[in-house]
Design a protein around this ligand. Structure first.
Ligand SMILES: NC(=O)c1ccc[n+]([C@@H]2O[C@H](COP(=O)([O-])OP(=O)(O)OC[C@H]3O[C@@H](n4cnc5c(N)ncnc54)[C@H](OP(=O)(O)O)[C@@H]3O)[C@@H](O)[C@H]2O)c1
Length: 318
């Protein structure tokens, strides 16, 4: 495993990260322990979760799994924004968003659920048009000063929102956001044009999510939807299904042939390609089986030369 600096910051993340979205909704603590241990033993030090996953239960499970390891050996990231607690799905007026009150309350709740003294990377899960940006920047700065979080980041923010947040922090001497977590993979590249260069210019590390397009980029759906896969599950499959367009399936076929020619799994090709995008620090993968993690970490060793990169560009059309 190789490690990269989070943008301009000193924090070192494994090139492959592990997330906990959807996989632990079943509440299977043993599965969480096994997957986190497999990841850790294969060099992954970057673990991503969110307060909203499993309505808080996932943070509890991830925290329990990581307790097996020395705190200073891993980087723990979580997020705040979405409502999920009391009276779901009709939360109180302050039960979501990026106000000082909600961030303050959720940071303490996350610390408790995770069972840790501090969060390494605390991320705004989305932008909140109903909270002044200065209020969000200020509370993040306060949480850093209080030692409850070390770095803060954003997810799915656009270039203007990121630029404004950095400017506010600079004006007030507050710590800038250190990272951006966008959706990004071979099939979904809409943030590349503006957001990636903005992150690079302002020193934010890019930690991409769903780098395998929820499993599509492993080639496992080439003959239809396999039993036990994410797309086969009525609830878990709701996000992946719209991605199964004819255009994407045609691209996947060509990528599969290219990967086979290289003697590498398509998943490795997809992750290695992501890691070659300028500014990307780490790709946050998901896994439902230890074997998937063992396969995915090998992507960090796959070198894509110019000829292969060119062929991939032709297939992806850009
Ligand atoms: N910021 C945000 O808004 C946001 C949104 C979504 C996700 N995330 C973060 O990103 C993380 C990863 O997202 P993701 O789960 O969509 O990532 P992904 O890596 O694109 O997809 C993971 C899924 O693909 C399948 N898979 C992975 N490796 C495989 C392999 N080698 N062979 C066959 N199948 C394989 C597994 O599904 P099955 O085995 O079940 O088919 C696995 O659960 C999340 O856990 C979360 O931390 C953040």
């Amino acid at each position: 495993m190789k490690y990269r600096r989070l943008g301009m910051w000193g924090l070192q993340l494994s090139e492959i990260g592990l997330g906990s979205w959807l996989v632990f909704d079943s509440g299977d603590q043993r599965l969480s322990d096994t997957l986190h241990r497999t990841a850790y033993e294969n060099g992954i030090n970057f673990f991503d979760t969110a307060n909203v996953y499993g309505r808080g239960n996932t943070e509890v499970m991830v925290g329990r799994s990581l307790r097996a390891f020395r705190r200073e050996t891993y980087v723990l990231a979580t997020k705040v924004f979405w409502a999920f607690q009391r009276d779901w799905p009709f939360p109180g007026a302050n039960d979501r968003g990026l106000s000082r009150k909600h961030i303050f309350e959720q940071c303490h709740a996350s610390l408790k659920r995770l069972g840790v003294d501090y969060i390494d990377l605390y991320q705004c899960h989305r932008f909140d048009p109903n909270a002044p940006l200065i209020e969000t920047c200020r509370i993040m700065s306060d949480l850093i000063a209080q030692g409850k979080i070390l770095y803060w980041g954003v997810s799915e923010w656009n270039a203007q929102q990121i630029t404004e947040a950095v400017a506010i922090c600079d004006d007030h001497g507050w710590q800038r956001p250190a990272s951006n977590q966008p959706l990004h993979n071979m099939l979904e590249r809409h943030w590349e044009a503006e957001v990636f260069p903005t992150c690079r210019r302002l020193g934010l590390g890019i930690v991409t999510f769903s780098p395998l397009a929820e499993g599509l980029l492993t080639g496992k759906y080439s003959q239809g939807v396999p039993k036990g896969s994410r797309a086969a599950d009525e609830n878990l499959g709701q996000f992946i299904k719209p991605r199964m367009t004819q255009e994407n399936l045609a691209r996947l076929q060509k990528l599969g042939a290219l990967a086979a020619g290289l003697g590498a799994p398509m998943s490795n090709l997809a992750l290695a390609w992501s890691l070659h995008r300028p500014g990307v620090t780490s790709v946050i993968t998901g896994a439902s089986k230890p074997q998937q993690i063992i396969e995915n970490v090998k992507a960090a060793n796959l070198v894509l030369d110019e000829a292969i990169s060119e062929r991939i560009s032709m297939i992806l059309g850009g």
